[in-house]
Each structure stands twice: as structure tokens, then as C-alpha cells.
Design a protein around this ligand. Structure first.
Ligand SMILES: C=C(O[C@@H]1C=C(C(=O)O)C=C[C@H]1O)C(=O)O
Length: 446
């Protein structure tokens, strides 16, 4: 565990937030000039947000980490003196959770607790209605005058950012270490298949990690810019601890849940095939995926579980058509699910109810989690766990942190997993893991 962080939220400590519209500064320049802990959130249909520095940090551990973060966030926002002018510029907390209830402990996750949310001191929001600068302060010294002065200073700084130049090349990979070799993988997958065939389990998602030594230090602004170009339809994220040089980032195709007012959007993403060399081959693979009994079964287990988990909260729910989502290196089965809430639930209550979906955990959930713990020789940390943002109204948006890596500058550890069902073949599942490393690996190798 990293150094315990003081929870800065206490009754009587006010929050002050002010925002102003600014000319649009280049994303990479804003991120390159930001102060650790930096945060980035960029999701389809949403504003892109860059956070710099922490005005407050909320952390929690253990199975009730979701509720504890929700309560602390509500306490933080309750004392708020907020003038945002527009919804996009409203102050938000950015962060995420460890996959397992017992948290992230082993390297490379030593600076990542069970949950951490950062309330940025400076937030730049690229929205449909313009670009916004928000400055936040928390604590006894947070006064409207101090925040307004800082807003002016930040506006000035952002108007004069140094030109970041062209996007740099990938740093290059000198060495790779796998957590799991092919033999161990096959043993693990076969054991899981036996458990499934015996009726003990229906599905389990098994993952691997790949540690890459880098030839040069990784530039986070550059890799996020390259991921934005290749994965515009994915959720791109960055979260960092307050100290040390770790960054957790990725470009994930999987939304966990978005809550805006009483409208909830989620979906099932599970079942995978590769990309073809030609459009015709792509189409053939997509059709084969749509017709694959194994993949459709794997997928429907996820869609059913999501609907079951959401049902207690929903006044109504609707399931869209199952289609194929085509990404740069893989294609997935995808079913959108939307719901109207019966009451005003906080987005974190939905996150808690949904995580982990069987797209990253399995069924039944506890048996699957035990199988994951018994099989995987590494710490999942925040991989495959919820990452996103929340606001004062309990709105928020969360992705499942896939196609991701945690990096300390000259080393990056990548994670990827696959759903194992009764007719899984270990060699094919191995190949699928390698495909799922590609989004990040392609941006590291030169
Ligand atoms: C577990 C991962 O992906 C998940 C598993 C999938 C599958 O088994 O088909 C597909 C998409 C994701 O829900 C990963 O990318 O690491």
C-alpha cells in the first residue's frame, strides 16, 4: 500500500469552485503541463476532461469502498460554493476502484488503494458548448477570492502553453516478461473448463499480464493522443497516485455504466474475434462471431447478469439489438442496455451493483472470483475494474478498465483476459489475449 492519505473532507471545510470559458488549448499541451496527479477522461458522446493536481483526494478500501467513496463525495460536494455556468464545467471527482474487494497490493499496484478519487485543483473540459476552465479549492483557505485569482492565473497559463510539437513515436520495448507461459495458461484454462463442465461454474474470465521494459520513458500525453486517433469510439482514461511516477491508462471499448438524471446506459460486451485482412474477411469473421454458439452463450450470460443487477433500480429497462463492434484489432459482440431509474440513485450504487459483470468476472460471481484468485499469479489491481467520474448530483460515467497498462515511465505492465466457457480451447484463448494486448502494445513498440 502507498502512504495513507489524509481524508481532507470534514464538516466545516468548504469547497469553492469557479469556471470560465477559455479559447481551446491543445490537449497534449494541457496534459504535458499538468501537475501530478493528472486525470484524463474522454468518452464517446461526452466532454473530454483533463484534471491537474488534487484539491482533495478520497480513498477507501475493502468491500464497502463504493459506499464510502459515495458518502465522502456527497460530504465534499455538500459544502460546495459552486459557480460553473454550464453543466460541462461543474466540478467532478475522477478515479476508480481495485478489481477485487481485498484491493490492489502487489507491484505494480503499490500506490493504488482499493478506491481513490481525485478532486482536481484545475479542470479543463472540452465540451460541445466550448472549452471550460474550472478551478477548485477545498479546506479552510478555500475562499472565493483565492479561487477567482487562481482562475485568472490559470487562464493566463493556458493561453500561453508551450507548443508541444508533433506527437512522439512509441518508446520501443526492450524486454518482455509474461506472468503466465503457454503451459500454465493451458493448465489454468483446462482446470476452469473442468469446473464449468462439473456444473460448479458457468463462466470465468481469466487474464494475464505482460511487463514491458521500455527503451525510452513513456510520454503519457503522446500515447493518449495516439490512442485517441486510433480508438475514437473507446473510453480513454488516465489516473495517477498523488506521489510516485505511476500512471494507469487505457482505451477501453467497455462502458460499465453512465447515469444522467434517471437515465442509465450500460451494455454487454463479450464474445470476441479478430480483424480480417480485407473488408470481406472482416465481414466473414463478424458473421461467424454472430453465429457462434460459444460466443453468443458467453455474451448472453453477461447481458442477463447486467439486466438482473439493474432490475432492482429500474422503473423500466430496454435491450437493444445484438451487433458486432469493430475495433482496430478485434471485433466484439455488443448489446446496449438502457434503463430509467425508479428513484434518484447515485451512480456509485449502480457501479457497485454491476461490478464485476461476467464480462470480466464470471458466474456465479463468488465462485468465479475464487477461480480467478486461485489461477492468476498476479494482482489485477485496477485492471478490469470501474474507472470514471462522479459529480455533485450523483451523475457519472464509468468504464471497465480494459486494454490498459500501468506504467512507471520505463516499465509498462499490460493486462488482458478472456471469457472461459465449457467449450473454450486454451490455444485459441491464448491468441485472443495476445490480440487484446495489441491496442497498448502497438503504441509501445517501435
Ligand atoms: C477481459 C477483457 O475483455 C473482455 C472480454 C471479452 C471476451 O471474453 O470476449 C470481450 C470484451 C471484454 O468484455 C480484456 O480486454 O482484457
Amino acid at each position: 500500500m502507498g502512504a495513507p492519505q489524509r481524508d481532507p473532507v470534514a464538516v466545516g471545510e468548504g469547497l469553492v469552485s469557479r469556471a470560465v470559458q477559455i479559447p481551446t488549448p491543445p490537449f497534449r499541451a494541457v496534459l504535458a503541463d499538468a501537475t501530478t496527479p493528472r486525470t484524463v477522461w474522454s468518452a464517446p458522446g461526452e466532454a473530454t476532461v483533463v484534471g491537474s493536481d488534487a484539491a482533495a483526494t478520497l480513498t477507501a478500501n475493502g468491500p464497502d469502498r463504493f459506499r464510502r467513496i459515495r458518502d465522502r463525495a456527497e460530504a465534499l460536494f455538500e459544502t460546495g460554493d459552486v459557480h460553473a455556468g454550464t453543466e460541462a464545467a461543474c466540478p467532478r471527482l475522477f478515479g476508480g476502484f481495485a478489481f477485487h474487494d481485498d484491493g490492489a497490493e502487489r507491484p505494480p499496484w503499490t500506490d493504488f488503494p482499493g478506491a481513490r478519487f481525485v478532486f482536481p485543483r484545475v479542470q479543463v473540459t472540452y465540451a460541445d458548448n466550448g472549452t471550460w476552465l474550472t478551478v477548485n479549492a477545498v479546506g479552510p483557505d478555500a475562499t472565493p477570492e483565492a479561487v477567482e485569482t487562481r482562475l485568472e492565473e490559470e487562464r493566463e497559463r493556458l493561453a500561453n502553453l508551450p507548443d508541444p510539437g508533433p506527437v512522439g513515436d512509441p518508446p520501443g520495448v526492450t524486454d518482455r516478461t509474461r506472468t503466465t507461459d503457454l503451459d500454465d495458461w493451458c493448465t489454468g484454462v483446462n482446470a476452469a473448463v473442468d469446473r464449468i463442465r462439473s456444473g460448479e461454474l458457468q463462466k470465468v474470465v481469466l487474464a494475464q499480464a505482460l511487463e514491458c521494459s521500455l527503451e525510452e520513458r513513456l510520454s503519457i500525453p503522446d500515447i493518449l493522443a495516439r490512442l485517441a486517433e486510433k480508438y475514437p469510439d473507446c473510453h480513454r482514461f488516465l489516473v495517477e497516485p498523488a506521489s510516485g511516477d505511476a500512471s494507469f491508462f487505457g482505451a477501453t471499448p467497455e462502458r460499465l455504466v453512465t447515469r444522467h438524471g434517471r437515465t442509465v446506459e450500460t451494455g454487454a460486451l463479450a464474445g470476441t474475434t479478430g480483424r480480417g485482412e480485407t473488408p470481406a474477411e472482416d465481414e466473414w469473421l463478424a458473421e461467424e462471431l454472430m453465429d457462434s454458439e460459444k460466443n453468443v452463450h458467453e455474451h448472453e450470460l453477461v447481458a442477463d447478469a447486467i439486466r438482473d443487477q439493474l432490475a432492482p433500480f429500474a422503473a423500466s429497462m430496454s435491450t437493444g439489438e445484438r451487433t458486432v463492434r469493430r475495433l482496430a484489432t478485434v471485433q466484439h459482440l455488443w448489446t446496449p442496455i438502457t434503463a430509467e431509474l425508479a428513484r434518484d440513485e447515485h451512480v456509485l450504487d449502480l457501479v457497485e451493483a454491476l461490478h464485476p459483470t461476467p464480462a470480466v468476472g464470471g458466474l456465479p460471481p463468488e465462485k468465479a472470483l475464487d477461480t480467478i484468485r486461485d489461477t492468476e499469479p498476479f494482482d489485477r489491481g485496477w485492471y478490469a475494474a470501474p474507472v470514471g467520474w462522479i459529480d455533485a448530483a450523483g451523475n457519472g460515467s464509468f468504464a471497465v478498465a480494459l486494454r490498459s497498462a500501468v506504467s512507471t515511465g520505463d516499465v509498462a505492465t499490460l493486462f488482458a483476459g478472456v471469457g472461459v466457457v465449457a467449450d473454450s480451447d486454451p490455444d485459441r484463448e491464448w491468441d485472443e489475449v495476445q490480440l487484446k494486448y495489441r491496442p497498448i502494445l502497438d503504441e509501445l513498440e517501435n
